[in-house]
Design a protein around this ligand. Structure first.
Ligand SMILES: NC(=O)C1=CN([C@@H]2O[C@H](COP(=O)(O)OP(=O)(O)OC[C@H]3O[C@@H](n4cnc5c(N)ncnc54)[C@H](OP(=O)(O)O)[C@@H]3O)[C@@H](O)[C@H]2O)[C@@H](O)CC1
Ligand SMILES: [K+]
Length: 505
């Protein structure tokens, strides 16, 4: 799904009005009708509804919701914030329509003293500002926002399209922003919902399709995207009935050190479960028995070093490897750094670089320029900062992420609630599978294994990152559903990977 900017959403709106064709008032009826239907599905008329409307089209939506709920027997009180003498044409039109039958339910708000006393059970609808927010909210209007937020413990707060005060395309910098339990947003995710800094505001986001014109959506390029099942279906390739184990590539994992062999085993298992045809693991001598006993499906190459991997660059004289994954449990010994440097000089194809391999690059930044084009880096935010420096906020970090992916011609997976995948062509995909139960040791090692396994099967790097991150999160969601977020471990993500292939695509 494309993520459009506020300006593009306005264009989509105008395009739909011109080409469907439909009047702007009709489109507002449709959008607000979707909200009213959602509200009726979730709350019965025993809940009095308090709607706060602005003077733009977001306010217009609120006024239509008020009329529709009143028509259906709800008790509704609609306050209009008179922060400006001007109202949008559709807001005025919808106010007239509401007043025609229900004028006694509408009142003006001109100061915080006009904030109503809310009965128990009341629901608050925030229709003050939407995508037209252009500056910080000030004065008594900000005061009303704070009073709405003060009700958060007692009343459900539902924002229409955007939590009022939040800018659609960036990290929040303002103090007066509605903290909604739910946001009912039209047609598209907004970038603002996907940024960690904005987590307190949107709550649970529900996207309501309102039939914006498909031609605009397909023809308009977007920089940001949300991964979805539809994308996965175009990527996934079923196995060839005539396949043999050579068909799906020979992967090499360089992982593990004394005390961290678990990371290597998790990666190896995940690589095999992701479908690699053959897997060799380069491990230190101390890891030989551990790997052979733990994962009989993998082959083992032992390093000359008893505790660390320091001679793995020699492995690539075997040119049969389709993909290399390096990093889990690797440690950052000087010998490991040297070997990594040699590996990067000798290996030209995309590889997966994670964990301590990323830390080595932060210590020896000249290695960055030697990463083969199309490679996949999988930093968490701290590793990202060590690699590329700090950022002032999430929006700035997203820009830096994308800039680095373009200039190095690599894929960078910045892990988080909505993992951001930056591509060498400048596009950024957000992943929407996964849960906080995956914030557990070894989860990243599993991802590295999955990505290496997909690369070895000849998925393109782009296909591997999108599908791999999606499946990893999906398997994590299945594990959490069966075991709880608390009790699940990285091993469980691997166990549910099979179901993720079956159900998640
Ligand atoms: N796109 C779609 O597909 C559809 C969109 N629809 C709906 O339209 C919404 C967008 O409507 P919108 O453009 O009228 O903007 P909205 O947010 O209501 O407010 C703008 C007003 O607020 C003002 N203002 C701004 N910031 C301010 C501040 N800090 N403090 C004070 N004032 C401030 C601003 O003033 P100005 O900046 O012009 O001076 C202007 O008067 C969208 O979110 C969705 O709900 C649906 O109905 C149909 C389908
Ligand atoms: K709103």
């Amino acid at each position: 799904m494309k993520i459009f900017s506020a300006a593009q959403i306005r264009e989509a709106d105008a395009f739909t009005i011109a080409h469907e064709p439909i009047s702007s008032s009709g489109l507002m009826e449709r959008a607000a009708g979707k909200c009213a239907a959602w509200l009726e599905d979730h709350y019965s008329p025993v809940h009095p509804v308090y709607i706060f409307c602005g003077k733009g089209n977001n306010g217009g939506d609120g006024l239509v919701i008020a009329r529709l709920l009143l028509d259906h027997g709800y008790t509704v009180r609609t306050g209009i914030l008179q922060y400006s003498p001007k109202a949008s044409a559709d807001q005025e039109l919808k106010l007239q329509a509401l007043q025609e039958h229900y004028s006694s339910t509408v009142y003006d708000i001109g100061d915080i003293s006009d904030f109503p006393a809310l009965p128990a059970n009341a629901i608050i609808i925030d229709a003050i500002f939407g995508t037209g927010m252009s500056r910080p909210i000030e004065g008594w209007t900000a005061g009303i926002i704070h009073l709405i937020n003060d009700q958060r413990q007692k009343h459900v707060i539902i924002s229409v399209d955007m939590p009022s005060g939040l800018m659609a395309d960036e990290s929040n910098r303002h103090t007066a922003v509605v903290q909604a339990h739910y946001t009912l947003s039209f047609e598209f995710y907004k970038l603002a919902f996907l940024l960690r800094e904005n987590a307190p505001y949107a709550g649970e986001v529900h996207i309501l399709p309102i039939g914006l014109h498909p031609d605009y959506i397909t023809q308009t390029p977007a920089r940001y995207h949300l991964s979805d099942r539809e994308i996965m279906r175009t990527i996934y390739r079923p196995r060839d009935p005539f396949a043999h184990k050579g068909t799906y590539g020979h992967a090499l994992l360089i992982a593990g050190s004394y005390g961290k062999m678990g990371a290597a085993i998790l990666s190896a298992r995940a690589c095999l479960r992701a479908g690699a045809g053959l897997l060799s693991c380069h491990v230190p001598q101390c890891g030989y028995d551990i790997m052979q006993i733990s994962e009989p499906c993998a082959m083992c190459i032992t390093d000359e070093d008893p505790r660390y991997n320091t001679h793995f660059h020699q492995d690539i004289t075997n040119t049969n490897y389709k993909a290399i994954g390096i990093g889990p449990g690797l440690d950052t010994q000087p010998g490991t750094a040297k070997s990594f440097e040699h590996l990067l000089s000798g290996w030209q194809r995309p590889m997966v670089i994670d964990a301590d391999a990323l830390n080595l690059i932060s210590v020896y930044p000249f290695l960055l320029a030697r990463i083969p084009a199309g490679s996949i880096l999988t930093p968490h935010p701290k590793e990202f900062e060590r690699l590329f420096g700090p950022s002032a906020n999430d929006t700035a970090r997203l820009d830096l992420l994308s800039k680095q992916a373009v200039s190095l011609q690599i894929y960078i997976i910045l892990k988080g609630r909505y993992t951001a995948i930056a591509c060498p062509d400048g596009a950024v995909y957000f992943n929407n599978t996964g849960n906080p139960g995956m914030a557990t040791g070894g989860s990243g090692d599993v991802l590295t294994g999955i990505l290496t396994g997909l690369l070895s099967q000849d998925y393109s790097p782009k296909a591997a990152v999108l599908l791999g991150v999606w499946l990893h999160g999906y398997a994590g969601d299945l594990a959490a559903a069966h075991l709880s977020q608390e009790a699940m471990t990285a091993t469980d993500i691997i166990s549910w990977l099979g179901k993720a292939f079956q159900e998640g695509i």
